[in-house]
Ligand binder design. Structure first.
Ligand code: CA
Length: 508
């Protein structure tokens, strides 16, 4: 028998019997700074997200999903490589991603996938491993954003979230339908400075959002928390963040000048007219009768949340559009749709906006998946998962052996509904960007299902211990409580174990 005929015959046998599993398509939708507290499926008390909830309703919702380093670019590097920050080299936002590394899009592509990336990238080096890429340079612009399409720079007209969705649908329409695909849709929203689409200006007008019970936190026993500069009260910029101009409330007048310049030069006349109609009257009312003290603090919180949630409204609407397209094209049967964020965010908890800390609001991130038909599990997944798990999961689903040095674990057993006896019982976290904006000190730590131990280091040497069952808002640092000595000793030992497991270099 001819040597070539044997594999050919086997191949025909496979295709006839359906033994060869079909590689699923992957659509990975990631927003930037979307707090789980602002997702309907996670029980949001401040907004609704019916379209994002569709993913959870028809699929699964991860109740314990975390990142390994709660900041934009390192989160993206971890997701692509399946490795913690020290292992992929991308410690903080100031680094340039070493794009020669092995990433899951490269491996999918080598295995016959068409790969595409559209939207925010933020890793400085050009994307690698993609048949098509079209990215926002740097942080990107909410209005009339510039794009870099495979090296060619151009400016589009419209709102970033809508344009990114248009580009994603356009790419899906043009793809080679004989191959499986992996499409990454990375939104800029709802990143600071929370500029909503003009069509969403009517939302949340005059809404008084519930004030988190620890909004006026005094950070007793938490030195690093006291040292941050991400306070809604102290660190929000009146003009660019809160859209209140003329208040003389910005510590650096250039912030207001730059913001006004953006409005005057970036927006089209129609966009600018709508913008001024919305925010000029607010600014005038504020200047005429400026609130003070706690009233000012609450005013800022409401102003912040109003625009933050408006940008999420556009994400929700556009995700609905993308899901509708997938349904109308009959693609849902064999497509994994993932919705997540590059990390969580504070919506006034501890008095903050931003992220970075290993405390729950920023350590956690929303994660929902709509699964291909041959993955039977639906509902909640409660095991602890982390963003280093995406790469091994996607490779596993595609039938590709993950590289040996990958640090995440495949979630496929969870997606298949099996109840693994041994699952990860502790997470490792490490944040590096200090000294830097927001003044969040370097720290690493361990989280188990009940406890969290954090070590702040560099120009400080402080440990914090929390009992998440008794103190879910992490207000009471138990490190000096002798009743918790045994818990602390156990956590220290397990933290050392995780640092060894992941080969974390000693640095602090
Ligand atoms: Ca982010």
């Amino acid at each position: 028998m001819n040597k070539l005929l044997i594999p050919l015959a086997l191949l025909m046998l496979w295709s006839c019997t359906g033994q060869e599993p079909e590689q699923p398509n992957i659509i990975f939708i990631m927003t930037d700074d979307h707090a789980y507290q602002a997702v309907g499926a996670y029980g949001s008390e401040i907004n609704t997200t019916p379209n994002l909830d569709r993913i959870a309703d028809q699929g699964i919702i991860f109740r314990n999903s975390f990142v390994c380093n709660s900041i934009c670019a390192p989160s993206r590097a971890a997701l692509l490589t399946g490795k913690h920050s020290h292992a992929n080299g991308h410690l903080d936002n100031r680094h340039r991603f070493d794009s020669s590394q092995v990433t899951f899009p490269k491996l999918l592509r080598a295995a016959g996938y068409q790969t595409a990336l559209i939207g925010k990238w933020h890793l400085k080096s050009d994307p690698t491993g993609f048949d098509y890429w079209n990215i926002l340079p740097g942080q990107g612009s909410y209005y009339n954003p510039d794009f870099i399409e495979m090296g060619r720079r151009y400016r589009d007209t419209g709102y970033a979230t809508t344009i990114i969705t248009d580009l994603a649908i356009e790419w899906l329409g043009k793809r080679d339908t004989t191959q499986p695909f992996c499409l990454m849709v990375h939104h800029k929203a709802p990143h600071r400075n929370w500029m909503p689409d003009t069509v969403d200006f009517d939302l949340y007008d005059n809404t008084r959002f519930p004030v988190p019970e620890n909004f006026f936190d005094t950070y007793e026993g938490r030195e690093a928390a006291a040292a941050q500069e991400m306070s809604v009260i102290k660190d929000m910029r009146m003009a660019s963040d809160l859209k209140i101009t003329g208040s003389a409330g910005d510590s650096a007048p250039s912030h207001e000048r730059d913001f006004i310049w953006y409005i005057n030069h970036r927006l089209t006349p129609e966009q600018r007219a709508a913008w001024l109609k919305e925010y000029d009257s607010l600014s005038r009312a504020f200047v005429a009768d400026p609130p003070t003290g706690d009233s000012l603090a609450i005013y800022k919180l409401n102003r912040y949340l109003t625009d933050y949630l408006r940008t999420i409204e556009s994400v929700d609407r556009n995700t609905g559009r993308l899901l509708d397209y997938l349904e109308s094209e009959g693609l849902m049967k064999n497509t994994l749709v993932v919705y997540t964020s590059d990390q969580g965010f504070y919506l006034g908890e501890h008095g903050w906006f931003d992220k970075r800390f290993m405390y729950e609001e920023s350590f956690r991130t929303p994660l929902m998946m709509r699964l291909p038909d041959n993955y039977p599990v639906r509902g909640e997944v409660t095991q602890m998962v982390q963003n280093i798990d995406f790469a091994p999961t996607f490779l596993d689903m595609a039938g590709i052996e993950p590289p040996e040095d990958i640090q995440g674990v495949s979630l496929v057993p969870l997606l298949k509904g099996s109840k693994p006896k041994r699952w990860r019982d502790a997470l490792y976290y490490h944040y590096y960007e200090y000294p830097a904006e927001h003044a969040v000190k370097r720290h690493y730590g361990i989280r188990t299902d009940r406890y969290k131990l954090i070590h702040f280091y560099n120009d400080i040497d402080k440990w914090e211990l929390y009992d998440l069952v008794n103190d879910p808002h992490e207000m009471n640092n138990l490190i000096d409580d002798s009743e918790y000595d045994r818990v602390e000793a156990d956590l220290r030992q397990r933290l050392d174990g995780l640092r060894k497991l992941y080969n974390v270099p000693d640095e602090g």
